[in-house]
Write a protein that binds this ligand. Structure first.
Ligand code: ZN
Length: 72
């Protein structure tokens, strides 16, 4: 069954609520997942508390982008 994240799917049907995942992440840790809606692959919180999201770029690699908690 396909699974979707909160960046591409309404919250009432979401499998991965990225806001909640980010809130519960410790600094320096990441949480991997597979969203079949938007190809997001992971959320990472760095040692300074900044958030990053990994997006599969179609060539088997991940592009990491900074995000704010409001965007998740
Ligand atoms: Zn998604």
């Amino acid at each position: 069954m396909a699974e979707f994240c909160s960046q591409c799917t309404p919250l009432d049907t979401v499998d991965y609520n990225l806001f909640n995942i980010a809130l519960n992440l410790d600094r320096g840790h990441s949480r991997s997942f597979v969203c079949e809606g938007c190809d997001n692959r992971a959320v990472y919180k760095d040692e300074e508390g900044r958030l990053w999201i990994a997006h599969e770029n179609g060539k088997g690699d991940l592009d990491w982008k900074p995000v704010t908690i409001d965007e998740l």
